[in-house]
Design a protein around this ligand. Structure first.
Ligand SMILES: Nc1ncnc2c1ncn2[C@@H]1O[C@H](COP(=O)(O)OP(=O)(O)OP(=O)(O)O)[C@@H](O)[C@H]1O
Ligand SMILES: [Mg+2]
Length: 380
């Protein structure tokens, strides 16, 4: 119940009744999709739930962060592609047991394509060439089997770290010819993803439909929590729980952490969950995340005006900075995924724990006594 730390699926996955139908409708229509959301908002959980757990579609899942070069990424795609025709570890076999491999590819309906792959692997190649080949291969295999394969790139914004910006143009130009692949792009840092997909001059403009993944639906999460707590015979004050869930704004990870603390404490101490236990649970989890939050804060402090502006947003103060500078700082903070525009000139902090930390007075910040000021009654 309320697991955190890694993506969740199955019974731990709190249904996203609002988001799943649209996502599935796109997939069923072979419509390319881009899902964007802030960090820790449940992107990976969502795709793992649909692909790994529900197993409704044939797919290749690639987490770009796990790769240090375009070559290793392409190799993974090649291996996955050949798994669809029951050849395991194609790359390894091509290097270490070529004769066996040549034997197995004879049985394929696409032996000539496999020969091209082997030929590619045997020489030093431009990594872009192998990348193109790997995706063409998925398309060919999908076509030969009469299926549509979903190719999912997680942390897509990092692809330009593996190669220059040009790679986006390359991908877009080959992808548009792939009749048997549906591309799913997942990414954090919203503005960068927006630039990749929604900027008119970007090669991906018009290519995919964009889904902005919001936090968990507060009412859905509340219902789920009541069910879970009731099933474990935990006693709670309903209003305090609701307030807490609303206060956490449906942030999937923070909500999971706070609710888990409430659950554990209620079980251990055998006492009713009230407003104080909720405030304590939030405090505990903010402090637990302190190292991560401090890292963000020090990054903000290293950039001119950034800390000042974010601090003022958290504390609803006006920044006394020239308007052009303020504008640029807002843009930069948005690019970093730290703030989000609510309406013209009005921003909110994406990470509710960061906001809480910035609202503490200096004494609390250093004393770390476990009691933070949580402005839960204030409208957020
Ligand atoms: N549908 C969900 N039901 C329950 N908990 C969830 C759900 N989605 C996300 N979470 C919680 O949020 C955490 C982060 O989820 P996940 O790793 O899927 O997010 P992400 O957006 O892929 O994060 P990152 O930006 O680090 O890649 C999970 O460990 C889990 O605690
Ligand atoms: Mg993820």
């Amino acid at each position: 119940m309320f697991k955190s730390g890694s993506p969740v699926t199955g019974k731990d996955f709190i249904d996203r009744k609002k988001h799943l139908p649209l996502f599935k409708a796109y997939l069923d229509n072979n419509q390319h999709i881009m899902i964007k959301a802030p960090r820790r908002f449940g992107k990976t959980s969502l795709v793992k739930q649909i692909f790994d757990y529900e197993k409704k579609y044939e797919y290749v899942y690639i987490d770009i962060r796990l790769h240090h070069s375009l070559e290793t990424l392409s190799n993974q795609i090649v291996n996955k592609a050949y798994e669809f025709v029951k050849i395991k570890n194609f790359i390894n076999q091509a290097k270490n047991s070529l004769l066996n491999l040549l034997q197995s590819i004879k049985t394929l309906s696409i032996p000539d394509v496999a020969e091209v792959t082997i030929d590619m692997l045997s020489k030093e190649r431009d990594p872009v060439e192998l990348f193109i080949h790997s995706l063409d291969l998925v398309d060919t295999i999908a076509s030969s089997r009469g299926i549509n394969i979903k190719v999912i790139f997680d942390e897509f914004q990092d692809i330009t770290k593996l190669h220059d910006q040009n790679i986006l143009e390359v991908l877009r130009s080959i992808a548009q010819h792939h009749q048997n692949i549906t591309y799913v792009f997942l990414g954090s840092l919203e503005t960068i993803m927006t630039n990749i997909f929604e900027n008119k001059s970007s090669p991906f403009f018009h290519f995919s439909s964009v889904i902005q993944l919001e936090g968990l639906d507060v009412d859905e999460l509340f219902e789920y929590t009541l069910q879970q707590f009731d099933s474990k015979k935990i006693v709670y004050d309903k209003e305090s729980l609701y307030k807490t869930i609303c206060f956490l704004e449906g942030h999937p990870e923070y909500s999971a952490k706070v609710l888990q603390t409430l659950y554990i404490n209620a079980t251990l101490e055998k006492k009713k969950i009230d407003i104080n236990s909720c405030l304590d649970a939030i405090s505990f989890r903010v402090i637990e995340n302190r190292a991560y939050l401090d890292e963000i804060i020090s990054k903000l402090k290293s950039k001119k005006h950034h800390f000042e502006v974010i601090y003022n947003i958290a504390n609803e103060k006006k920044s006394n900075i020239a308007s052009a500078t303020l504008y640029n700082t807002h843009v930069s903070l948005e690019d970093m995924g730290i703030i989000k525009k609510v309406e013209k000139g009005h921003y909110k902090i994406v990470d509710i724990f960061l906001k809480i930390l910035l609202q503490q007075d200096d004494d609390t910040m250093v004393s770390l006594d476990g009691k933070l000021m949580i402005p839960m009654d204030k409208k957020t």
